[in-house]
Design a protein around this ligand. Sequence first.
Ligand code: WTA
Length: 634
Amino acid sequence: MAEEPKPNDLWYPDKQTVRRSHVKDYDALRARAATDLVAFWEERAKELKWFKRWTKVLDDSNKPFFKWFVGAKTNIVHNALDRHLATPTRNKLALIWEGENGDLRTFSYFALAREVCRFANVLKSMGVNKGDRVTIYLPRIPELPIAMLACAKIGAVHSVVYGGFSVESLHGRIEDSESRVLVTADGGYMRGKAINLKAIADEALQRAGTVEHVIVVRRTKEKVNMEVGRDYYYDELMALPMSRAGTNGRCPTEVMDAEDPLFLLYTSGTTGRPKAIIHTHGGYQVGVATTLKYAFDMKPEDRYWCAADPGWITGHSYIVYGPLILGATSMMYEGAPTYPYPDRWWRIVENYGISILYTAPTAIRGLMRFGESWANRHDLSTLRLLGTVGEPINPEAWRWYHRVIGKARCPIIDTWWQTETGMFMITPVPSFPLKPGSGTKPFPGIQAEVLDEEGNPVKAGEEGKLVITTPWPAMLRGIYKDPERYVQQYWSTYPGKYLTGDSAKIDEDGYFWIIGRVDDVIKVSGYRLGTAEIESALVSHPAVSEAAAIGMPHEVRGNCIYAYVILRAGQTATPQLVDELAQHVAREIGPIAKPEKVEIVTSLPKTRSGKIMRRLLKARAQGLPEGDVSTLEE
Ligand code: WTA
């Protein structure tokens, strides 16, 4: 059995892992790809099916509006479902789903394709056309990937809103995307309780005027408000003949341009409201399939479990599209890792024989608290590879994951990437030596640098800003309805280079170490939130005149939120009001955004130009030196 590494030690995989891996010599492959990025991605694209091949792999004539696989015709669903139906994969399990309450549902590729066709026909019957946006607001149930795939199949653009978000987050996203159809559910189970999503959706719909039809999946079967002429039950629509469209439940897959949009996914940026990142059919499928195959070394016999929510990019790329394109069997679990006991996940690994587990450091730290005996009472010997994503993994969590879950046998694939990148950007492969806490090196075909303020690469071991210097196929194609912001936010700080928003170091061995966000984005339990959203939720409360939010280090969640609030004249600071303000944020954005602490203050530190100095608030809250305060207004 391999030795457990100390921080900064190299951990070498055993010979068998190397021998069996898709990629045996990572550095050699990286070097080969670097000599001709375009040729590397073209070779990968040829492994997928296209209705018509491209005339040009990369069009960089209008930077930073890059285009990939120009002239190609495709549809991601053709690769994720249709093509498997002509192979033995047709009868393989695509999805195994377990509800928090113990319900079990499984779908073969054939069954999943049928469900997707029927729901696609339902959407069409409601007048959803190619290019229309559909908002999906569902718990972690199979209808979530089904609805996404159904949209993609008919060329509609899905906009999934994470089921843990609340009224204002949902409203803002529906309105910005101008969706006419909303797919939601009566609710879902979380920690033994039924969460009524329909009630939240109803409230959001009162604020947003674009939605004409609401499709409601019955999960909890609790009674919900159904508005006549607007709201329809999913199961009732699926039972109607129109879902079969007179053709035995089939639905043709729309022929799309490689550059046609596949989905919008809202994410928090530096300023203002969350913005919709655009991803497309062509390049995205090449990026997610290649990265999943190489980094997680996906094999036909694997049982793969990405424990994220499909409502975030991790779920889009690595629960829904990536695994299906590779013909893999995926696990999906509805609820909390600790319900009813803290061994729920380990029970799932044992019961279903999971071989690859992909999760976030916050979940590992959360489960670590309960001690290793919960994991030790289960047979975890089917695991061969572990993955992590969302925030830097601290050495304690890395070692626990490695020793207690991976039995010091499984490599830990630490994948750094973003909603915008669509796919893994910095990651090891299982044959590559690891350092706990480092994502090792950029994926083949990806060029990354760490720069100082002037744009020069920093020396080994020094901190700087992480940038990507060349385009990649799954890259965002822009921000919906805001091309200027796309250019300004990502491509202007260092002209021609993509700014990630993270700081990082590269060590003497060329290994990358991500330090964290250097903008106003806060990662709470791996979820991405913006100070601006939290502040605008606070000032939407009648008692509040001004607010500032900052991220503070938190042992389990990585970061938590502290909020500072100035009250309107005539309001008095009471413990009840403080509590109400925290609740208000949870109600508007979602429970993940609820501040750990709300402090009522009479002034906020600002620069002379009126910008809140969050850095100063943070230093003060942590009892650290205040640094340069020369711009502070008197
Ligand atoms: C952070 C999630 C360290 C980072 C896929 C990034 C990470 C942001 C890692 C994107 C990792 C993601 N190590 N930090 N392995 N993976 N991050 O858009 O700050 O929700 O910029 O995408 O998460 O968050 P997003």
